[in-house]
Design a protein around this ligand. Structure first.
Ligand SMILES: [Fe+2]
Ligand SMILES: [Fe+2]
Length: 402
């Protein structure tokens, strides 16, 4: 029995390592050949500053959506508008400076408060995370200023959450926007997984996992919709726009497939509710490159590796079919993201290179051991590659001259 498990672990590790190197090769071809931009052309690096593009009009961003747990499949009620305006995060909490100080992870302070706390401050801050993995807390300046008007020693924090989502997130000021979940049967596609042999606890675990994935897939539809408007605002070529539209359809299918899995495991019909509208962000080529790097290059590249790893150990035919499709489509989305950044660099030159470099440094500093390292449970994963940043993202950045 032990020998079989070891053989399986070794096979899984080998398959995962192969998948990682294959993805790295696929992205190398995408970056150096740029097929979405009309063929194998060389990416211009560090060229002349671009002709200024018209900047889109900025409108107020929507407030972030509620994140109900599976147990509470209801829409949250309206929040106090003054607090909602100051504290934009959907996962925030406050406490006096003296009480949060023991949880500080470095000596940095602002507004009399430690700027970063470890995840053990969760109980003190009263933050409930029902999606993803809590990585720690960062000081929310606006929210702290708001509360210090009535309580001078108040410190308010946003939760930093590593999302298990399979693809491009819909970010609003760094926070992931998701639709609430409600009862319904419209988002259905694919085969039904076997649930009879699972215990209630196993079913609940699977239901929560797939519901988290389904909500992230659904949010990716909105993310690509906004991305297409932002690309048009910088006069992107038709190849990128067509790929973006195709990716949006892919994400609709992923959401249907994964909501179907979540509903089957939960034993109740689950659908996404209304998604808060995302308005296009301004900032021209520099912003498009920076946002695409974080939301596309990092998130979708990691998503491919994560889905490959899950596929290597999945046994249920319905789950394997969903993961196979996700791996295929997310690979294409990762290619699109890297080619979008390559195009931005070709158009915008040194200024864009610098912005992507800064975003990469900031992301690595914030998430060095968090989202840049995939976490998986089970001994069968111990030998597998766990560093999408080291193995795929960093080499791809190098190809771009970043
Ligand atoms: Fe995707
Ligand atoms: Fe997806």
């Amino acid at each position: 029995m032990k020998a079989t498990a070891k053989a399986k672990a070794t096979a899984t590790a080998k398959a995962t390592a192969t998948d990682t190197w294959r993805l790295r090769g696929t992205l190398r071809i995408a970056i150096t050949c740029l097929p979405l931009l009309g063929g194998c052309t060389k990416t211009k690096r560090g060229g002349e500053p671009p002709t200024p593009s018209p900047t889109p009009t900025l409108t107020a961003s929507p407030s972030a959506s509620p994140l109900p747990s599976l147990a509470a499949v209801v829409d949250a009620g309206p929040a106090d508008p003054r607090v909602a305006a100051a504290c934009r995060s959907t996962h925030w909490g406050k406490a006096p400076a003296a009480k949060v100080t023991p949880f500080a992870i470095d000596g940095e302070r602002d507004k009399g408060c430690p700027t970063h706390l470890d995840e053990k401050a969760q109980a003190l801050l009263g933050v409930t995370v029902d999606f993803g993995e809590l990585a720690g807390f960062s000081l929310d300046g606006d929210c702290t200023t708001f509360h210090q008007a009535s309580q001078p020693d108040a410190c308010a924090y946003d939760a930093e959450i590593s999302y298990p989502g399979e693809g491009r997130p819909a970010l609003d000021h760094g926070q992931s926007v998701l639709a609430p979940v409600r009862s319904g049967t419209r988002w259905r596609r694919g085969r039904t997984p076997r649930v009879e042999q699972l215990s209630p606890a196993q079913r609940a675990q699977q239901a929560n996992h797939w519901l988290a994935v389904a909500r992230a897939e659904h949010a990716s539809v909105a993310s690509f919709a906004r991305a297409s408007l932002e690309l048009m605002a910088v006069a992107a070529p038709p190849g990128l726009l067509a790929a973006c539209a195709r990716a949006m359809v892919d994400e609709v299918r992923h959401a249907e497939l994964t909501f179907a899995l979540a509903s089957a495991y939960a034993g109740q019909p689950l659908d996404p509710g209304p998604m808060p509208a995302l308005t296009p962000r301004g900032g021209g080529l520099v912003a498009v490159a920076r946002d695409t790097f974080i939301e596309g290059c990092v998130a979708e590249t990691s998503a491919v590796l994560r889905a490959q790893r899950a596929l290597a150990v999945a046994e249920d035919p319905a789950v394997r079919a969903v993961l196979t499709r996700i791996v295929r489509d997310e690979t294409r989305h990762a290619e699109l993201a890297w080619q979008t950044v390559a195009w931005c660099i070709a158009e915008g030159g040194a200024e864009v290179v610098e912005a992507v470099r800064a975003a990469a440094r900031e992301h690595e500093a914030r998430n060095g051991t968090g989202s840049s390292k995939l976490r998986f449970e089970g001994p069968e994963h111990e030998h597998a590659h766990e560093h999408p940043w080291r193995d795929v993202i960093a080499p791809s950045l190098e190809l771009l001259g970043v």
